[in-house]
Design a protein around this ligand. Sequence first.
Ligand code: UFG
Length: 327
Amino acid sequence: MTERILVTGGAGYIGAHACKALARAGYEPVTFDNLSTGWADAVRFGPFERGDLLDPERLAEVMARHRPAAVLHFAALSQVGEAARIPGRYWRNNVTGTLNLVEAALAAGCDRIVFSSTCATYGDHDGILLDESTPQRPTNAYGASKRAIEDMLGNFAEAGLLRHVTFRYFNVVGADPEGDLGEQHDPETHLVPLMFDAALGRRAALTIFGTDYPTPDGTCIRDYVHVCDLVGAHLLGLERLLSGGESRVYNLGTGRGFSVREMIGAAERVTGKTVPVIEGPRRPGDCACLVSGGRRAEAELGWVPGRALETIMADAWQWHQGPGYAG
Ligand code: UFG
C-alpha cells in the first residue's frame, strides 16, 4: 500500500519540491497549508487540505481522514527581518502551531516527524564552522522559535511519544531542474530572486544588507544548498524513521560559504547581466557567517549535497525566467 505522508507547508517553496520527490519515490504526499505564503498551483503531486496549524479541529480532521505514516513539517514563518520586528507572530505560528500538529498527529496514531529547523538556531560564532554540537544561541525570534520547537520535540521523544528527524537547514536556494517549481515569495525578501529581479530591471537595485561585517569583503557569508539536495535528505530522514531509527538532528549545508558579494558575482555570471547594488545598513537579526561544518548527515544518512553553486544558480535562473514564475 502507498504510504501517505502529511506535508505541512506543501504549497511552499521547499515543501512543494518535497512533495514532488515523495510522489516520485512512491509515497502519497498530502499537503496541509494555509496558503499564507504558499501557492495553490504548486500542489500538484497529491491531495491538498487547506488548513492552519493554529486550528486544532481542522488538524484533527485531516489526520483522522488521511492517517499518515509520518509528517514532514515545513510550514513556518521564516523571515529573519520580519521576526525581528514581530516576534509574537513567530512564537505563535511556529511554536504553538507545531504543538498543535504534534498533538493531532499523536492522537491519530502518527508518531514520526521530520522537522525543518534552521542554522539560525546557532547564532553568531565568530565564523567557525557550525556542527550539530555547536551551542545554539539564536539572534532573532525566528531562530529562537525553531530552537524552542527542537526542545519540544526532544521532550516528546524523551517521553517515548514520538521519534523525529530534525534538519537544521542552511540557506536553501535553486529550483527544480525540470522547471516545475522554484522559489518565489510575495513580497520577495530572499537574496537570489532579488538579485535576478535587479539584473532584469524589475527592481532598481539590490540592497546589500551591511558591508561592515567581520568577513573578508565585509558582507554576510552563508552556506547555500540546492533545494533538490535538501529534499533528498528528507527522503533519507523519512526512511530512517519508517525503518525504526532513533531521533536525530542533522545539519543540511554544503560546508562552503559565499559572501553576498560573491553571490552577486555568481548571479552576474549566470544572467550575463549586471546586478545594480546599493550598499545599505545591516538587517537586524542577521549573523555575519553561517556555514555548516557537520558531516553527520553524510556519515549516517549517506547524504551528499552534490550540486555546486553554478548548478544552483543555473536552475534558479531557468525557473526565474520561466512561465511558472509570477514575477
Ligand atoms: N541579503 C541582502 N539583501 C537582500 C536580501 C538578503 O544583502 O535584499 C543578504 C542577507 O543579509 C543574508 C543573505 O543575503 O546575508 C541571505 O539572505 P536571505 O534573506 O536570502 O536568507 P536569510 O539568510 O536571511 O534566511 C534564510 C531563510 C531562513 C534561514 C536562514 C539561514 O529564509 O529561514 O536562511 O541563514 F533560517
